[in-house]
Design a protein around this ligand. Structure first.
Ligand code: BTN
Length: 257
């Protein structure tokens, strides 16, 4: 199904809505591999995914018809591959700016790219970059946002939905349109070379920035303070005066005491 309810220049102008798919990221990748070139900003949205994927090879579970699960095709060939994390920052900030009217300052990015309200996860993203030589040829930006789901299975982390916070149902297409707009604005800022603005906005929205916190590192509980995120996207944590840098597999946030 094709339609066009989204304002803006290109993100969401070609919108494909599917009843059910394995994963919108997979679907977009298969389209890229098998069909004629797709325009930048194409969005694949699914009412249901039966093999939704999250980070760390986790499954992304979402009740059919209740939440947003979609993928955006971007072609950031202007971005050096060493700067891939700036795309992560840019998409995170696009989402934050789009959803701020609903949640205000409680809306945060949990490093590297989870979207949190307070200490609970409203959504996440799986960005898969296809490289060609020294360029990013395609970026498949998969986003899942919990909207109208009333409850979540036990043991599935700390999810929360719009409905659980704001006590009403929301029109998925409206929120999708707002997200496309926010991401487009942020992406055009990145494309125009205004990287510092994006990096600063990312730090301004970073969960637990400059706050004492407990983490798990190599199986041990340690305290520390997040002091920044490196250019390549490593988390910088100060432990009693000693600065350490971590990738995603090396550090786990523990629940705030
Ligand atoms: C995470 O927080 O672990 C990332 C979740 C990403 C989920 C979205 S839903 C749409 C797109 N398709 C997928 O299979 N995954 C992403």
């Amino acid at each position: 199904m094709q339609n066009n309810i989204i304002s803006g220049l290109f993100v969401g102008q070609n919108l494909v809505t599917l009843k059910e798919v394995d994963s919108t990221n997979n679907y977009l990748k298969e389209l890229l591999a098998n069909s004629k070139p797709l325009t930048e900003g194409t969005v694949i949205m699914a009412e249901a995914q039966h093999a939704g994927r999250g980070q760390h090879n986790n499954k992304w579970l979402s009740e059919p018809g209740k939440n947003l699960t979609f993928s955006i095709l971007l072609k950031p060939s202007f971005l050096p591959i060493q700067q891939q994390f700036d795309l992560t920052r840019c998409i995170s900030i696009g989402v934050i700016n789009a959803l701020k009217p609903y949640f205000g300052i409680a809306l945060k990015v949990k490093w590297p790219n989870d979207i949190y309200v307070g200490e609970r996860k409203l959504g996440g993203m799986l960005i898969e970059n296809q490289l060609q030589g020294s360029q990013i040829r395609h970026s498949i930006v998969g986003i899942g946002i919990n909207v109208n789901q009333d409850n979540f299975p036990e043991g599935s982390g700390t999810p929360i939905s719009f409905k659980q916070i704001l006590h009403r149902d929301y029109h998925l297409q409206t929120i999708l349109a707002e997200l496309c707009k926010g991401i487009e604005v942020s992406y055009l800022q990145l494309k125009a070379g205004r990287v510092e603005g994006i990096r600063n906005a990312y730090i301004d929205s970073l969960l637990a920035f400059n706050e004492p916190r407990y983490f798990k590192v190599n199986g041990n509980v340690v305290s520390g303070v997040i002091t920044g995120v490196t250019g390549e996207g490593l988390l910088q944590v100060n432990h009693d005066g000693i600065e350490s840098r971590y990738n995603l597999k090396e550090i786990e946030f523990l629940k705030n005491q």
